[in-house]
Design a protein around this ligand. Structure first.
Ligand SMILES: C[S@@+](CC[C@H](N)C(=O)[O-])C[C@H]1O[C@@H](n2cnc3c(N)ncnc32)[C@H](O)[C@@H]1O
Length: 243
């Protein structure tokens, strides 16, 4: 049984929507988010209709629309959605949960989800729903913290941070689950996706102090290519088959 605390996640993001947005819109945060967004963009068609699951304040929706597509965002947090509406006035945003999408079958060309998957109580249901709403030959790309040496201590760190009341954008214990490569492949494959591709990305972390962040950013391409064991985000993409 999953220990993910969905109401706690929603309440948390309702409270920190503005802080979250400025956290990822400042120099280091933007560089980090742009980096992972690049991986997701590369796995999706550049134009067409996108659904971004757990869209937050609309950072990826904004990028996709600027690239020439149209996008809809869905999130459980009303305040994150409000912030997203302000950022992307021309896009549609809907309040809802990832495992029960309020959209018709075969209605999107692409589905994205960034930094959300670890929060899902039922990742199988999210992927089944994503498959249902995608058109045949539609693409999905999910980027999230993966299970790695560097991320193994995070749940404990978050637990302790919460106990000693550290005020931080994400340092809370939500019962998150991190997945390794094999688990992600099985989840995507069981949902029916084909052409599954898994890449590890991100070495520079937004919480690093500045000189260290710059150094890690410069090393990032090398780490991702040659030492992916040190990269901590997993980016998984796939395609809904034609028939
Ligand atoms: C770390 S933020 C990422 C936001 C955005 N994708 C981005 O890249 O900036 C996680 C987001 O997932 C949303 N979320 C968490 N669980 C969800 C669920 N079950 N269904 C929909 N959204 C969810 C939260 O409300 C929050 O906005």
């Amino acid at each position: 049984m999953s220990s993910v605390k969905q109401e706690k996640i929603r309440d948390h993001y309702d409270t920190i929507a503005d802080i979250y947005d400025s956290h990822y819109d400042c120099t280091k945060g933007k560089s980090y988010h742009d980096h992972i967004s690049g991986y997701v963009m590369d796995a999706l068609p550049g134009s067409g209709e996108l659904l971004d699951i757990g869209c937050g304040t609309g950072l990826f929706v904004d990028r996709y629309v600027r690239n020439g597509g149209t996008a809809t965002g869905l999130d459980i947090s009303r305040m994150m959605i409000e912030r997203a509406r302000r950022r992307c006035a021309g896009s549609v945003f809907t309040l809802g949960t990832a495992d029960n999408l309020p959209f018709r079958d075969n209605s999107f060309d692409a589905v994205s989800s960034l930094l959300v998957f670890t929060y899902l109580k039922n990742p199988e249901n999210m992927l089944a729903e994503a498959y249902r709403v995608l058109r045949p030959e539609g693409k999905i790309a999910v980027c999230t913290l993966g299970k790695k040496l560097l991320t193994r201590g995070i749940p404990v760190l978050y637990h302790i941070s919460e106990k000693i009341r550290v005020k931080h954008v994400v340092m809370k214990n939500f019962g998150e689950h991190y997945y390794n490569e094999q688990e992600m492949r099985e989840l995507f494959s069981s949902a029916g996706f084909e052409s599954i591709r898994i890449q590890w990305c991100s070495f520079a972390h937004i919480n690093m102090f500045d000189p260290l962040f710059s150094l890690a950013s410069r090393m990032e391409p090398f780490v991702e290519k040659r030492v992916p064991q040190l990269a901590y985000n997993i980016c998984v993409s796939g395609e809904k088959p034609e028939h």
